[in-house]
Design a protein around this ligand. Sequence first.
Ligand code: NAD
Length: 317
Amino acid sequence: MKVLANDGISPSGKQKLEAAGFEVDTTTVAQNQLANYIKENNVSALLVRSATTVRKELMDELNGQLKLIGRGGVGMDNIDVEYARSKGIHVINTPAASSRSVAELVFAHLLGMVRFLFDSNQKMPLEGDTHFKVLKKNYGAGSELKGKTLGIIGFGRIGREVAAMAYGLGMKLAVHDNDPNPVELTIPFADGQSIKTVITPVDFETVLKTSDFISLHVSGAGNALIGKKEIAMMKDRAGIVNTARGGIVDEVDLIAALDEGKLRYAALDVFVNEPNPAMKVLMSPYTSLTPHIGAATMEAQDRIGEELADQIISLLK
Ligand code: NAD
């Protein structure tokens, strides 16, 4: 049985599939040639990431040939999922594979922000030899994460990974989720041991009012959860991290709050109008920025490939 991994698959995922007897084709076929290629090469399973779209028209043209569509990653906006399922095509994804990667990026931003690394990394190459003492003074009032309260809004897969890491750094937590039920959190260590704790979500306003930093991890559409009104409730000089979806924090209100000094810094991995974020956001001196790379680690790619392989083997073998 042939699998076309049109947007690539990790070597470990490919190996797993091949060991189970699947043929894996990693050719990147142009969108408009996909239907012909799949027909001519007798492909039964199509794996995509975000680049390839799998719409109703493609499935109709293939007339029952595809048995499975797999999305490496979380969102399935590029697949007509309901239509595929109504035609008996399995649709799978790997929602948990990149949670740890996103959580680690949150702390990369947080640890960088509290020591102004985002700014210092830009100024040192330009002024490090001429204004060393000035820069030392400018970045000399950093702070530690230990003892600070991290607000987590959205306590699903990524929110929980963030909480586990926050414990390791000695942070306090204020967690909010639509689901108010307590969550048992397991914090694993490299030696195989782990500890368990129970976290009870609090209301949204409590998180806003008590957190030194707020990290957003809600699912769903990008309606603004945090705008002017919510920022006004936050502690003065707090920080915000958004790795969830562009627009969950209102960018105009955020930049205004940073410029006014109400908030001290913000980290953004996701933006309104990607891949053309607003210049005002990109140019702010108070923002730590990454181009939507939360899930993009080698380890996550391996887990994505292996999880897809396991699911394909169990569904199609
Ligand atoms: P998840 O579904 O496991 O958890 C989301 C949680 O948010 C759920 O517990 C849900 O109850 C809660 N929630 C939803 N709307 C809420 C609201 N309005 N208020 C409070 N709680 C709410 O999702 P996840 O895998 O943890 O992903 C979280 C977010 O991260 C998603 O938006 C996803 O798109 C994003 N993400 C970003 C990257 C990246 O590269 N930056 C990578 C993966 C996922």
